[in-house]
Design a binder for this molecule. Structure first.
Ligand code: ADP
Length: 411
């Protein structure tokens, strides 16, 4: 072959879904995107879009497991001349949710890496098994190709012990690997760097609070390009009010539900992870629907919104204290990028901290990073669209595409 392969396939394997994107790293363009949902059910769905032709194909029917799902994806890519057997493919990048304390950087996958991801299953029982299945299936399809794991936790491994440890007996904590790992790290890394760029600075020069508000939600305090605190902990349950997760609560709520409510641990787990947050409070977890209900005078939706905002504000205040000096607050992900009322409410009354939003700028929609604070504001408030797939592809390609040494999170 006369030139290096430049394409990277990014795979995000969940328990019953696989999301994928094929990128060409010469210009970071997308060649194809898609997802397979409801794997293992009769009504699995594959949706595939080829960006070159603009064609979208959708198929519904049983897809038994991840192996079958990935083969179906490979077939769809093949129909567009983008098959997994293509010599243009440089690597496959996998999103891996839990990398523990061990994986601080994207890592080329070998047997030892697989074994370590497996060892972390007790702290990520839902995510890591699905990620492992995705990796093994991809390896079987292209055994010759480098596969890279990009960890959701990696960006947070720079947190000092004072932020990463819970105030419990360290011997017990260490025995069970209990500490604050944090998640959404790929997004926090990408957005904090993009925010620095928006300010015309390097990541090392700025302190940024990143608010990743999607269905899952987390905040992070990033000091000179390094994460010093984040709101998710041992699992993604801690921190902000989310679509279906409670976020912070008194741990004694769990004892109370077990002892007085006679609920099982699995029932409590489901309650707090799947039936709480905005959904638990008002029956809806989509911010668009909640805003629509508030506009119609729905008090339940309004209280859910107020609880969501109150928690968000507390974290903004806390991270101002953690960072000492804040240069920017960046909103990202589905809610952060689209819900102007959330951004407005989250900083309302925080003028004393140098935070304000210009209503006109806040109302503008767009796909590019943009400032929404008034001119001359002490702290920049920004909307910075996240792109986890591009970040995974970039980190993967940096590891394998150029044949150079691994790059750190701050590159
Ligand atoms: P995840 O990746 O965690 O599934 P996303 O970052 O895609 O989530 O965010 C999804 C959420 O974003 C939706 O549940 C919805 O609450 C919110 N959202 C998406 N679009 C809008 C919009 N136009 N206005 C308000 N909220 C939106």
């Amino acid at each position: 072959m006369s030139h290096r392969p430049t394409r990277v396939l990014v795979l995000n394997s969940g328990s019953s879904s696989v999301k994928y994107q094929l990128l060409d790293m010469r210009d970071s363009s997308r060649l194809a995107v898609g997802l397979v949902e409801r794997i293992g059910e009769q009504t699995s769905r594959l949706k595939h879009t080829c960006l070159g032709s603009g064609d979208t194909r959708e198929a519904v029917g049983p897809i038994a497991d991840h192996d079958a799902a990935l083969k179906a994806v490979a077939e769809e890519l093949g129909r567009d001349g983008l098959g997994l057997d293509s010599p243009e493919l440089a690597a496959i990048g996998h999103r891996v949710v839990h990398g523990g304390m061990f994986f601080t950087e994207p890592t080329v996958i070998d047997d030892a890496v697989l074994a370590e991801i497996e060892r972390l299953i007790p702290v990520a029982p839902l995510h890591n098994p699905a990620n492992l299945t995705g990796i093994r299936t991809a390896q079987a399809l292209r055994p010759d190709l480098p596969q890279v794991a990009v960890f959701d936790t990696a960006f947070h491994t720079t947190m000092p012990e004072s932020a990463a440890r819970y105030a419990i007996d360290p011997r017990i904590a260490d025995r069970y690997r209990i500490r604050r790992y944090g998640f959404h790290g790929t997004s926090h890394a990408y957005v904090s760097r993009a925010t620095a760029r928006l300010l015309g600075k390097t990541p090392e020069e700025v302190n940024v609070i990143v608010l990743h508000l999607g269905n899952g939600a987390s905040a992070s305090a990033v000091q000179g390009g390094r994460c010093v605190d984040t709101s998710m902990g041992l699992t993604p349950l801690e921190g902000l009010v989310m679509g279906t997760r409670s976020g912070d609560l008194d741990p004694a709520v769990i004892f109370h539900l077990a002892r007085v409510g006679e609920m099982s641990m699995d029932e409590i787990d489901t309650l707090l992870n799947k039936r709480s947050g905005l959904f638990g409070l008002c029956g809806d977890n989509d911010m668009r629907e909640i805003r629509r209900r508030i506009d119609e005078g729905d008090e339940e939706a309004e209280l859910a919104f107020d609880i969501y905002i109150h928690r968000l504000k507390k974290y903004i205040g806390a991270y101002c204290a953690v960072l000492g000096r804040v240069d920017a607050v960046a909103f990202t992900a589905g809610v952060g990028e689209n819900a102007a009322p959330v951004r407005e409410a989250a900083v309302a009354g925080l003028e004393g901290l140098g935070l304000a939003v210009d209503p006109g700028l806040n109302a503008v929609r767009g796909d590019e990073p943009r400032l929404i604070s008034p001119a001359g504001a002490r702290v920049a408030v920004a909307v910075v669209p996240t792109d986890e797939e591009l970040e995974i592809a970039t980190q993967t390609y940096a590891l394998v595409g150029t044949g150079s040494a691994p790059v750190g999170n701050n590159s």
